[in-house]
Design a protein around this ligand. Structure first.
Ligand code: PLP
Length: 818
């Protein structure tokens, strides 16, 4: 059916603007948006063949052969509109207006996403909350976010960002917030506005119909907020707060002691605070964001007790401000969070806490501030002028060519050239603030200045992980998706961090073993679809509310999920697991006819994928069996798909099968261990990079005389006089006892040192008799450089999987980028 005119009334539940991100084609409406570099109309035909049955297309592009061909498409709705984005916005507006839930709208220059996420953290146990995913705050992101509102939601939290004049009106009509939060106003988003005031006025349009607006009263903002709101929406209650001015609506008191901060909130005219909360946050910017959120949550009816508990769930973002101990009694503040003038303004007061130290500032070029270069560096120079800064170092070509604005500054074009110059070695007893945009790789500077920490740590090289993922993308091509296996803490590497990298790399699916693992990911910003391999009936509720998708492997689970979805009157996405020879979980081949009959009676279950697992894809000896499994699977999947009338994703390949069995790639592959560069295949061994390195250090070095024994049971014997080093790792860290008595070795100063005696719980000893110059504090590498994880696992008579997942939680995980 072709609808040549608006209004559009969508039949589908889901909306997509991205042809690669469609998981339920039958139930997704595709908007053919045209951008600078791409045109959604190009994908319409192939999406039709993939099962999409609803399209929104633009008049000016809807002509020629495609439009002709589409006339014959059956059961397909094509809405021809003037402008897809405007249509999307209109539909979102109508959708929003059909719900009466309270909605909080957030705008400002810094802190929108932070406030949205923190307000969600504060309120999520009390309300069913719908919020913008990630930082979806644009002309497209906002309507997509708002489209997520469902009948069960009790509170909505949406952020709005603008880069041009006139944009906020449209976002306002889509969000229509009852409550408003104006976050920090600063330099960001400067390009298209004449001045601060104009930008702020435009932002305030978001609150044109709001009943209450929370903002921090500052000399720069108060007058504009009051005047603009008086003009736009005089009945809106303005809730201004301040840490200095008791005449504002709310007086906020912060006290930062050690790791914990104390916050109190008191209304004007009242003698007692209405909220008294503790927090782990301790920098000005975070406390400002948190204050907005606490006031808002209080207005939504949350009590001091509820907020006390919830606020402890908000932790500082370690990326943001790390205080590190440096060499030569230096301390480092590594603040690479927002590299703009405002970020610098917020960071400079940190110096005040270190009065006794010399102040050093290392900054990079400021990128994308929207301020003309000359003016920008003049402003920066002014800002730092009165801060009694001993030494300023600039990195980048812009700052280099603007160095004349600064009274004194040393400049280098790159972080590397600074490190090589030796300039850093002159720094001592200083507090060093580093503010560098990511591309300037300030890690190199931090690395040169930081004291090396002494602890057993698992280093996870995220660049190498990214490399390996791209390698596999290349191998499987564009038509096969990747499911990242992040079960068991992503094989010990840290589920959240690994999932985040995979998510930013656009991985299509993630898989965990248990529901709680999935909930943990959702609570940490993972919005990629997640499959759960061992779903439990008691957890269906949790699963559905966290958008987790169960793997269904037998008839009793199928009956349970069917009953649940019928009772709840909800459509539920499931994955069907077949057993083609692994003999673990899954429907047997003989179950297929019954399975098809039952699925046919359960239209509210949406089979997103059909999968099976290979038992021996890594071993060429079992090639015939593996091919048999693949064929069995394809046949069964075909039969099920035919019967369903739509085509779920088919997948059977684990890591080893990707290289060994191209015929098993199908629609998706399940990548696990090889993400970390571990593979038995020689082609892959060359192509992949090592991701994991486990390191410990030497606690003590001792001489041992002939006849003395080493460790428990006196098993380690010395035939000659010798020397041992005691290392800070034992079986409680995951270093197996099987590696004692020379079965395992460590790499110290580039040399291999075998274990001697038994492995203890927290320590072990290595023979360093033949090695000179080993001293306390030296690094000892367990695996990752000369010693490969695969080799070491073999020596311990196990496999890399067990070794990785056995690294205990007390071993610190460190994520590095090169
Ligand atoms: C763990 C797992 C994988 C991943 O296996 P790797 O060998 O690590 O690639 C794939 N599929 C299923 C069902 C799994 O349980």
């Amino acid at each position: 059916m072709i609808y040549p005119n608006e209004p559009v009334q969508l039949k589908s539940t889901y909306i997509s603007l991205d042809s690669r991100q469609i998981y339920e084609p039958q139930d997704t409406a595709f908007f053919a948006v045209r951008g600078l570099h791409h045109d959604g109309h190009q994908y319409v035909e192939s999406l039709y063949h993939k099962g999409v049955r609803e399209f929104i297309v633009e008049k000016s592009a809807w002509n020629g052969p495609l439009a002709e061909k589409a006339k014959s498409w059956t059961n397909t709705s094509i809405w021809v509109v003037a402008n897809c984005i405007e249509t999307l916005q209109h539909i979102a507006h109508v959708h929003r207006m059909s719900f009466g839930l309270p909605i909080v709208g957030i705008t400002g220059s810094n802190g929108k996403t932070t406030c949205k996420e923190w307000l969600y953290t504060l309120t999520k146990h009390k309300f069913q909350v719908v919020r913008s995913p990630k930082s979806f705050n644009s002309q497209i992101g906002v309507p997509l976010s708002v489209w997520g509102i469902k009948a069960q939601h009790e509170l909505g939290i949406f952020e709005a960002g603008i880069s041009q004049k006139q944009e906020m009106d449209r976002l306002e009509s889509i969000i229509r917030p009852e409550f408003g939060i104006l976050t920090h106003i600063g330099e960001a988003h400067g390009k298209n506005f004449a001045n601060e005031a104009e930008k702020l006025e435009e932002k305030l349009k978001l609150f044109r119909h709001s009943k209450k607006l929370i903002y921090r009263a500052t000399p720069a903002t108060s007058a504009i907020v009051i005047a603009t709101m008086q003009k736009n929406n005089p009945t809106c209650e303005l809730i201004s707060w301040s840490t200095t001015d008791p005449n504002q609506s709310i007086y906020v008191y912060w006290k930062i002691t050690g790791k914990i901060s104390q916050l109190k909130f008191q209304k004007r005219n009242q003698s007692e605070p209405f909220l008294s909360i503790q927090s782990y946050l301790h920098d000005e910017a975070s406390l400002e964001n948190l204050s907005h959120c606490l006031i808002q949550a209080h207005m939504l009816g949350m009590s001091n007790e509820e907020l006390t508990v919830a606020a402890m769930g908000i932790k500082p973002i370690s990326m943001r401000l790390e205080i590190k101990e440096g060499v030569r009694n230096n301390q480092l503040i590594d603040d690479s969070y927002n590299n703009d003038l405002d970020g610098l303004k917020l960071a400079l007061p940190l110096f005040k806490r270190y009065e006794e130290k010399k102040k050093v500032l290392i900054i990079s070029d400021f990128i994308e501030t929207g301020i003309a270069e000359e003016a920008l560096y003049k402003q920066i120079a002014q800002l730092v002028e009165n801060q009694k800064i001993e030494k300023i170092i600039g990195i980048g070509i812009q700052i280099e060519r603007n160095k004349h604005h600064f009274k004194q500054i040393n400049t280098y074009s790159t972080a590397e050239s600074l490190v090589e110059s030796g300039d850093l070695t002159s720094l001592h007893d200083s507090i060093i603030l580093l503010k560098g945009a990511r591309k300037f790789a300030f890690e190199k500077i931090v690395n040169a200045l930081e004291t090396k920490t002494h602890c057993t740590q698992l280093e996870i090289n995220l660049d190498a992980l990214q490399h390996n993922l791209s390698y596999y993308r290349g191998v499987i091509g564009n038509n096969t998706k990747i499911m990242g296996m992040v079960k068991a803490q992503a094989y010990g590497a840290g589920a959240v961090e690994i999932a985040k990298i995979l998510q930013t790399q656009g991985i299509e699916y993630l898989t965990v073993a248990y529901t709680d693992e999935g909930v943990h990911l959702r609570n940490n910003g993972i919005y990629t679809p997640i499959m759960v391999m061992n779903p439990q009936v008691e957890e269906f509720d949790k699963m559905v509310s966290y958008a987790l998708e169960p793997e269904i492997y037998n008839f009793s689970l199928l009956a349970a999920i069917d009953e649940y979805s019928t009772n709840q009157n909800k459509n539920i996405k499931i994955h069907i697991k077949l057993d083609t020879g692994m003999k673990r979980l899954g429907f047997e081949m003989s179950d297929i006819p019954q399975l098809m009959d039952e699925l046919n009676q359960m239209p509210q279950l949406w089979v997103v994928s059909i999968l099976s697992h290979l038992a021996a894809s890594e071993n060429p000896k079992h090639r015939e069996f593996t091919l048999y499994q693949i064929n069995q699977f394809k046949e069964a999947a075909q039969a099920i798909s035919d019967r369903l009338g739509y085509r779920p994703l088919w997948h059977i390949a684990n890591s080893a099968a990707i290289q060994n069995y191209p015929e098993a790639h199908l629609d998706m592959v399940r990548l696990g261990i090889s993400m970390y560069g571990i593979s038995g295949n020689s082609v892959e061994k060359n192509a992949l990079e090592n991701v994991l390195s486990l390191k410990t250090y030497v606690s003590q070095v001792k001489n041992v005389t002939k006849g003395e024994t080493v460790g428990y049971g006196r098993i380690g014997q010395f035939e000659e006089n010798g020397k041992i080093a005691t290392l800070a790792i034992g079986y409680a860290d995951g270093y197996s006892r099987a590696l004692g008595n020379g079965q395992g070795s460590f790499e110290i100063n580039g040399q291999l040192c075998p274990t001697i005696g038994s492995i203890c719980m927290d320590m072990c000893m290595v023979d360093v008799s033949k090695i000179n110059g080993i001293k306390e504090g030296d690094e000892a590498i367990v695996f990752g450089r000369k010693i490969q994880l695969g080799q070491l696992a073999k020596s311990a008579q196990t496999i890399p999987y067990e070794m990785m997942t056995g690294i205990s939680s007390r071993v610190k995980r460190i994520y590095i980028r090169e």
